[in-house]
Write a protein that binds this ligand. Structure first.
Ligand code: FAD
Length: 514
């Protein structure tokens, strides 16, 4: 799984050129189209909504302010994303922040502590040193107790990481005698940032995968913000690139049905408008929950598609809150370490396009949002006002001198106590099913980009690739699906379909026998 699309996969003559219909204009579908167009094929992306980007989509409200589906951070250890940005000539759109991780202090409102990565110290020692130098989060004894269970991840690598998928983070900690406090100090924040889920629900493989990818490169954990809204600054250059190479990207084009031939191959796609789309190859770049709904009847009992029942999207909420004054915020991502929030940033400081010298705009990830993700409140079903009021309570701890948590003055009221920042407006974006819920035991059900259908491939960040459900994972999956199509076009043998669990094969066989 290299970061470079193989140049040997380019078409050599017109007869090898394929018309490819890609369902879904998120990062994965767009990446797939980009690499197919680079290889000389003719992809068309069909996006259901009026905006591209899926989970990285953004749109403007009536005041012209951008609303984003998610607060997105890019990491140094995102080789496929970095490569794609360089190929698109937009690498200067990443605003790299100082190599540091910032955590709110749980017991000390308004105070923060950091892991500082010293330039020039190679990975993974820079991470070890960053943890050792931090005096506020863990005692030396706790630090020493934490390291040994994590060492096999660095020494044995992927086989150790994969073997931990059946355990939650909490179960792993107990099994290896890690101090309980590391959970409150680090793992809750990490789990909520990685998958919007609590550590007793999250597979340990996710934490180990992240650590392994981030710790193998000296700048792996360095973070960058895009310099503006994801629509213009990321999706647009991808679209321009695809179209310049002869491909097409269409919005407002929902696919209603995948229509099959007698032999099970795809005959055509049916748009909701009634139009039929015929192509040589078809790629699904839809999220897993929608793929399950759209699977044609003929395919439903095939083990490859049956395994998708084991995957489902996790809910998350992304908030934007505009204040009438500048809050004491830093030019970085902060781990809130509060019960309802995950990470947040003052976008008026961190992102060039949203810069404002007088007012703050906080973008915050609200998690966990439902009992599936942890906690016992189904926040995803609550009203925007309830969510904002609860968030104000948490913000009062992060900004104790500027934000009041006063029941007399609900966040949404016209004025607040004197001297405090007033909430001018807010936007609540609910994503009821975002990235797949990485609860224990899920990795084995993530499907390969090659499917058993001869003219149909699949991408999306939930498909099998060595990164998590992330922008890097979506980009890599799109590239891998493009490789499947490009290989086939050249007459090369298909990469095999990933092994499917025996109990899924057995269930499929017993259904068939009925
Ligand atoms: P999607 O983005 O879901 O794209 C699927 C597309 O298919 C959508 O555009 C959808 O409209 C379209 N579609 C669905 N059905 C049809 C149909 N029938 N016809 C046509 N089109 C259809 N990742 C990071 O790396 N770093 C982060 O900091 C980060 N933060 C996040 C914060 C939030 C709040 C969220 C929600 C996600 C975050 N992620 C982050 C994850 C990242 O956004 C996703 O992993 C990635 O964008 C998924 O891309 P995708 O193309 O696989 O899926």
């Amino acid at each position: 799984q290299s970061a470079q699309f193989k140049s040997t996969l380019k078409v050599k003559n017109d007869s090898q050129k394929k018309k490819v219909a890609i369902i879904g204009g998120g990062l994965s579908g767009l990446a797939c189209a980009k690499y197919l167009s680079d290889a000389g094929h003719e992809p068309t992306v069909y996006e259901a909504r009026d905006v591209l980007g899926g989970k990285v989509s953004a749109w403007q409200d009536e005041d012209g302010d951008w609303i984003e589906t998610g607060l997105h951070i890019f990491f140094g250890a995102y080789p496929n994303v970095m490569n794609m940005f360089a190929e698109l000539g937009i690498h200067d759109r990443l605003q790299w922040k100082i190599h540091q991780m910032i955590f709110a202090m749980q017991e000390l409102p308004g105070e923060f502590t950091t892991f500082d990565f010293i330039p020039g110290i190679p990975a993974p020692f820079n991470f070890g040193l960053a943890i050792l130098m931090n005096q506020k989060m863990l005692t030396l004894g706790e630090k020493i107790q934490t390291a040994p269970p994590l060492l096999p991840m660095l020494i044995e690598g992927q086989s150790f990481i994969d073997a931990q998928d059946e355990l939650s983070v909490t179960q792993f900690m107990r099994k290896y005698g890690m101090p309980e406090r590391i959970n409150e100090e680090v793992f809750i924040a990490m789990a909520k940032a990685l998958d919007f889920i609590d550590p007793d629900k999250l597979s340990m493989t996710v934490v180990l995968t992240a650590m392994n990818r981030f710790l193998n490169e000296s700048n792996g954990l360095q973070m960058a913000f895009l310099d503006g809204n994801q629509s213009d600054r990321l999706c647009k250059p991808m679209t321009d690139h695809i179209e310049k190479n002869g491909g097409k990207v269409l919005v407002n084009s929902p696919i209603k049905e995948i229509v099959t031939n007698e032999d099970g191959s795809v005959k055509h796609l049916l748009l909701r408008s009634g139009e039929e789309i015929v192509a040589d190859e078809y790629v699904s770049a839809m999220p897993v929950d929608i793929v399950k709904r759209m699977t044609p009847k003929r395919w439903q009992n095939m083990p490859y598609f049956r395994q998708l029942d084991e995957l489902e999207g996790i809910p998350v909420i992304n908030l934007h809150m505009w204040f009438d004054k500048k809050l004491k915020a830093v030019d970085h991502l902060c781990f809130s370490r509060s019960p309802l929030l995950s990470v947040y940033a003052d976008m008026s400081v961190t992102c060039k396009e949203y810069e404002d010298p007088d007012k703050s705009m906080l973008e915050l990830v609200f998690a966990p949002c439902s009992p599936l993700a942890g906690g016992n409140v189904n926040w995803i079903g609550k009203s925007d006002e309830e969510i904002i009021d609860a968030t104000m309570g948490e913000l009062a701890r992060l900004f104790p001198t500027e934000i009041a948590n006063d029941p007399e003055w609900p966040a949404t009221s016209e004025q607040g106590p004197a001297g405090t920042a007033k909430l001018l407006k807010y936007a609540v974006v609910k994503v009821p099913r975002s990235v797949y819920a990485a609860i224990p035991g899920r990795n084995k059900y993530r499907p390969s980009q090659t499917t058993p259908i001869p003219n149909f491939s699949m991408c999306g960040c939930f498909t099998s690739q060595k990164f998590l459900g992330s922008m890097e994972g979506a980009t890599l999956a799109g590239k891998l699906a493009a490789e499947v199509v490009a290989n086939r076009a050249l007459g090369n043998p298909d990469k095999p379909v990933k092994e499917i669990q025996q109990h899924i094969i057995d269930a499929s066989a017993s259904y068939e026998a009925r």
